[in-house]
Ligand binder design. Structure first.
Ligand code: NAD
Length: 372
């Protein structure tokens, strides 16, 4: 395929890496992005390749989106509102409404878009599946707050027997929050509007993505940023619960591989596909990887029994479906951390980033503690 690819949200972490790969493959790349704060605290990021045609606009701006869509052969929709705040409607306004507008314009204006790829999230699966001791597979929803206050982190059945987490496939849907619900809506739209109007569409359910260019200022950011900033400041981070939560962190370049596969391979049409790391790490194991990258193994993390109500205990995506199409996760969290650390240390305003991190750490008050 050749031609013009529009990336909505292409100034961000995943979008800009995808843009670089598309440029290398010979595509013309157009980005529509509103440079949302605090993700882009300093305006248009320096890492954006000058060959990218950049349109500064909101994904919900009808005229701007239509202009961006004209002449586009394919579209990635990666723009999103991502946060832990309680403004539920904003998640739907930004994530779901912009997706509806995208299909509305393609259909209404009869635009010859040959492929749409929307970014979904592992959050759609929520807690995922668990195996009971009697061999039954079940799907629990939310650990009761009283259980967490007792410091009982793992899932147990009604007899108190532990449940074993499972690699969870795409047919599982258990969205725990407004972000996840809005992402599920994006998936559903891609499948329904795609099939109904013959617009080949794919929804990619990314696990936690790691690598260079993740915003230093985004409140919604994972362990990679927080742990790295702590160790750079010579401090030990705090792990929630007991640090034994499992996650299948995925490297940005593996995510870009999946994005490109979705663009090129018609077997991905009308499919929701998990994009995960393929190997489960506990948060405590990930902490050791970051400490090692900074040569700070002597610093041990704090594990005071804090938790965030609503967090999933384990989230690991079964990627068999995508692997059957020839994709594989080829990088590890060690690669991701190394790339992130290099990126962090190369920042000209490192002191400002650290000052901001310091302030945020002091102000962090979203966590609760076990009743001792
Ligand atoms: N990074 C992850 O771990 C992860 C995991 C699962 C899913 N995702 C999804 O992947 C996509 C990309 O994530 P990312 O990590 O690159 O995030 P990011 O914040 O780095 O990039 C998102 C981009 O979208 C832009 N944007 C936000 N609201 C916009 C709007 N209303 N109009 C136009 N542009 C807007 C931002 O300015 C930013 O450049 C998102 O849809 C996200 O939900 C990310």
């Amino acid at each position: 395929m050749s031609g013009t690819i529009l990336i909505i949200g292409g100034a961000g972490f995943i979008g800009s890496h995808t843009a670089d790969r598309l440029l290398a493959l010979g595509y013309h790349v157009r980005v529509l992005d509103n440079l949302q704060k605090p993700v882009h605290t300093k305006g248009k990021p320096e890492y954006l390749d000058p060959a990218i045609q950049f349109i500064h606009a909101d994904a919900r701006d009808r005229d701007a989106l239509l202009r961006a869509l004209r002449g586009a052969d394919a579209v990635y929709h990666l723009a999103a509102y991502q946060d832990y705040l309680n403004d539920f409607s904003t998640f739907f306004h930004v994530n779901a409404v912009s997706t509806a507008l995208l299909y509305e314009l393609i259909v209404g204006e009869r635009l010859p878009v040959k492929k749409v790829v929307v970014a979904s999230s592992q959050f759609v699966q929520g807690e995922g599946r668990y195996l009971r001791q009697d061999g039954q597979i079940i799907a629990p929803t939310l650990r009761p707050i009283e259980q967490l206050q007792r410091g009982q982190w793992d899932w147990v059945d009604e007899t108190g027997a532990p449940l074993q987490w499972q690699w969870t496939a795409e047919d599982h849907v258990n969205p725990p929050n407004a972000y996840a619900l809005s992402k599920h809506s994006q998936e559903q739209q891609a499948m329904r509007f795609g099939l109904r109007y013959g617009i080949p569409s794919t929804a990619l359910r990314y696990s936690i993505v790691q690598g260079a260019r993740q915003s230093f200022y985004n409140a919604y950011s994972g362990a990679c940023r927080i742990f790295c900033l702590h160790y750079l400041l010579g401090r030990a981070p705090t792990l929630y619960e007991d640090g034994q939560q499992h996650r299948d962190f995925v490297n940005i370049h593996d995510v870009v591989d999946a994005n490109i596969l979705a663009l090129h391979d018609p077997r991905t049409d009308y499919q929701v596909l998990n994009v995960g790391g393929g190997k489960a790490y506990t948060v405590a194991e990930f902490d050791r990887i970051v400490a090692g990258a900074f040569g700070k193994q002597e610093l041990q993390p704090n594990i005071p029994g804090q938790f965030r109500f609503g967090d999933t205990r384990n989230a690991c995506s079964d990627t068999a479906k995508l692997q059957s199409l020839g994709w594989q996760p080829r990088r590890t969290p060690h690669d991701s951390v190394r790339e992130y650390v290099e990126y962090l240390q190369g920042q000209s305003d490192l002191q400002q980033i650290l000052d901001h991190a310091e302030k945020t750490m002091k102000g962090m008050n979203v966590v609760q503690s076990i009743n001792k």
